[in-house]
Design a protein around this ligand. Structure first.
Ligand code: 3H9
Length: 698
């Protein structure tokens, strides 16, 4: 009947199985297949109960996102669900893996649901800038009550089978989906249970209808961190409609909201980001079928902030770590900080109460590099100078087991040079984590000249295993992220010399959607680091130097570009800084001018995009989307703007190139001249996305 959906009859039970790898997404073919099979089962006089289940690794994981934005193909999902819910014969959804989005909506239109113990159920559409568009916002509140529904729909995180059972979302936990579903369907038929249609059951809405604060409080808590995003608010409105309106009207409201979001810019950007993240895990130039080396234990050199954060990322994923320091004192301090971190998370309810002890038990803290011998992957997070790194890698050559992958966590040093200090450069690469390493999702995987393909595959796959988003980059100063950031840093400093204030620059950057502006970020990182390094290199930066000379090192001294109340991290504009800037400019004979917010935004963003173009031309990043992944997951680029290269395409490359050329002249800064690749694309009327499309076609 259908290539992707199969109908079988076992006595009086029809079993409809979706088989559309990898995730049984609801493509037009799957929708048509389900419709036809359910209809046949309803029409078959022998059938008394129907089971809907899936083959492969998961129940339906949602609508087929690749179809969004294209002309819709019948049947629509709403028609399929309406056929199912009004079936005169009971339909049981038998769930395993992840029933997400449209997948859970299919299950909600069934009369009963069962799931395996490890199944996850959720409506994550908000993460794609959408809201559930096939009845999820109307049926889920009726299944579990508006409070949990809002949490799942506005928050977007799935719940496990146990929680689903407790909330009444599923009826039973079963061993195998198909066999469990069938057994449950037989029970329903034998007991002549009534058809449970969620659309007709308002019982769980009563409390919120009487006291709407149950709903509004839940929404307020969940949208606190949704600055700039449209979908969470629209999704909350749709759930509100379930409380306020009859089912059909609520569905209509949901549909309107879904279509508006789907056609909007934010969801386009968020859907792009979803695929960009997956694309980044595909390494270009590695032979097909290259296998990852086995990683059973990881050694981390250095128990400082970075090393500790990296160690936590591994043990959080259940991978044992040997954490190595040069002395007992440093080791004790590092272990103590991790312990405290875990305890604080457990106290907040973020992890179970017994998790800190369990996780710490996976860390073997030891003194001496000679203890790396049983590790399959070694990551060094030691002092950031070439001489120290070379010494460490030289020793690793002596102590690491043959075939171990040797990674440096350097944020800018030359990995090719580091690799030369070993006799096994094929095993050497960079794994650049971002601070705090147990929180930030990005890991730049730096491919050196001699890195072996299977070492690279190992780094990418282990990064995914510990829930990081890997992006493969080449060797250059600062790799992708910090190299682009340096361009922004240069402009932000120059803007102060022209008349802008730190708070004005930061406000423009945060209004754009970044979590922090460059000056607040400097205060957080500590201004003294750059100051010392400038002194070593004999470089001057008049305003930043003047701040440091006045003892303003940033948050740690309670003042930097801003002032901070004791114990507070909130940055307060400081008239003293303005005075200090004015004095510096007067001393240098500089004239202030009014700098517009538009200029600030252009000078913050366009030079980074220009650098991105150079990075692409040099092959440091294989795809524009890899650059976007770096910014989305390493620097908090707002997901609804897709990443710098995606955003540049929406602004228009010609405009960006022209503005860069203008600023190059206006500010007498040749580094702002448009990069050849940017200029070429702009002249040809093309986008960065066209490069990705062309390389895919090649
Ligand atoms: C929705 O349902 C809207 C409805 O409310 C309304 C409709 C009217 N479509 O992540 P993985 C691909 S919105 C198309 O690496 P994992 C993915 O690109 C949707 N393709 O595996 C990748 O392809 P490739 C709501 C999809 O095991 C491959 O499958 N649902 C889709 O780490 C494997 O993916 C969601 O938001 C899709 N829906 O994780 C769920 N999903 O191999 C989105 C995946 O070529 N999906 N692909 O790179 C996920 O969260 C994860 O993929 C999942 C598996 C947890 C399912």
């Amino acid at each position: 009947m259908s290539e992707v959906v199969k109908l079988e009859r076992h006595d009086n039970i029809a079993v409809v199985t979706v088989n559309s790898p990898p995730v049984n997404a609801l493509s037009a073919a799957v929708r048509a297949g389900i419709f036809d099979c359910i209809k046949s089962a309803i029409d078959d006089a022998q059938v008394q109960g129907i089971v809907l289940t899936c083959a492969g690794r998961t129940f339906i994981a949602g609508a087929d996102i690749t179809e969004f934005g294209k002309p819709p193909k019948p049947p629509g999902l709403a028609d399929v669900l309406s056929l199912m819910e009004s079936s005169p014969k009971p339909i049981v959804a038998a769930i395993h893996g992840t029933a997400l989005g449209g997948g859970l909506e299919v299950a909600l239109a069934c009369h009963y649901r069962v799931a395996t113990k490890d199944a996850k159920l959720g409506l994550p559409e908000v993460k794609l800038g959408l809201l559930p568009g096939a009845g999820g916002t109307q049926r889920l509140p009726r299944a579990v009550g508006p409070e949990l529904a809002v949490k799942m729909i506005v928050g977007g995180d799935p719940i496990g089978a146990d929680a689903a059972l407790k909330a009444g979302l599923i009826e039973e936990i079963v061993e195998g989906p198909a066999s469990g579903g069938e057994a449950f369907a037989r029970k329903v038929v034998a007991e002549k249970r009534p058809l449970r249609k969620l659309r007709d059951d308002d019982s769980k809405l009563a409390a919120a209808k009487a006291d709407r604060s149950i709903f509004t409080n839940a929404v307020a808590a969940l949208t606190k961190k949704s600055r700039g995003l449209e979908a969470p608010f629209a999704a909350a409105d749709a759930v509100g409609a379930a409380i306020d309106l009859p089912f059909e009207e609520g569905l209509k409201k949901e549909r309107e909201g879904f279509l508006k979001l789907m056609n909007g810019d934010q969801s386009k950007a968020q859907r792009y980001a979803f695929f960009a993240e997956r694309e980044a895990a595909k390494i270009s130039g590695v032979p097909d079928g290259t296998k990852s080396r086995n990683v059973a234990r990881v050694a981390i050199l250095g128990a400082g902030t970075m090393g500790g954060g990296i160690a936590m990322s591994f043990v959080n994923a259940g991978i044992p770590v040997t954490l190595i320091e040069t002395g007992e004192e440093q080791l004790k301090r590092g272990m103590g900080i991790m312990q405290k971190n875990y305890e604080a998370t457990a106290a907040r309810g973020g992890i179970p109460a017994d998790a800190p002890a369990k996780r710490m038990a996976l860390i073997n803290g030891v003194v001496g590099i000679e203890n790396v011998g049983d590790a399959d992957l070694v990551i060094e997070a030691v002092f950031e100078t070439m001489a120290v790194k070379k010494e460490v890698f030289g020793k690793l050559d002596q102590y690491a087991k043959p075939g171990a992958v040797l990674a440096s966590n350097t944020s800018y040093l030359n990995i090719d040079e580091i690799a030369q200090s070993t006799k096994r450069p094929q095993d050497v690469l960079g794994m650049h984590f971002f601070s705090p390493a147990n929180v930030m999702k990005l890991c730049e995987i730096v491919r050196a000249d001699k890195t072996a393909p299977d070492a690279l595959v190992t780094a990418v796959s282990i990064a995914r295993k510990i829930a990081k988003v890997p992006a493969v980059v080449g060797v250059c100063d600062g790799f992708v992220g910090n190299r682009m950031l340096a361009q922004r840093g240069k402009q932000s400093e120059k803007l102060l010399f022209e008349g802008a204030l730190p708070q004005q620059v930061d406000a423009v950057v945060t209004k754009f959607g970044m979590p922090m502006g460059p000056f607040a970020m400097g205060d957080l990182a500590g201004l003294d680091i750059g100051w010392r390094s400038r002194k070593d290199r004999g470089i001057k930066s008049e305003i930043a130097d003047a701040l440091c000379e006045a003892g303003r090192f940033g948050q740690k001294t309670g003042k930097g570009y801003y002032k901070y109340e004791p114990g507070s991290r909130s940055a307060l504009p400081d008239p003293e800084v303005e005075k200090l800037i004015d004095e510096t400019l007067a001393r240098l004979g500089r004239k202030k001018r009014v700098v517009s917010d538009d200029e600030i935004l252009e000078r913050m963003m366009y030079p980074m995009i220009n650098e991105g173009a150079k990075i692409l031309a040099e092959g440091i990043a294989a795809r524009p989307s890899d650059i976007d992944v770096v910014w989305l997951y390493g620097y908090g680029w707002p997901i609804y703007r897709g990443g710098p290269m995606f955003w540049a395409d929406t602004v228009g490359l010609k405009h960006i190139a022209d503005r860069l050329a203008f600023y190059a002249k206006e500010t007498n800064d040749p580094s702002l001249e448009p990069a050849p690749l940017l200029r070429k694309l702009a002249d040809e009327g093309k986008t960065f996305a066209s490069l990705a499309a062309a390389s895919k076609a090649a």
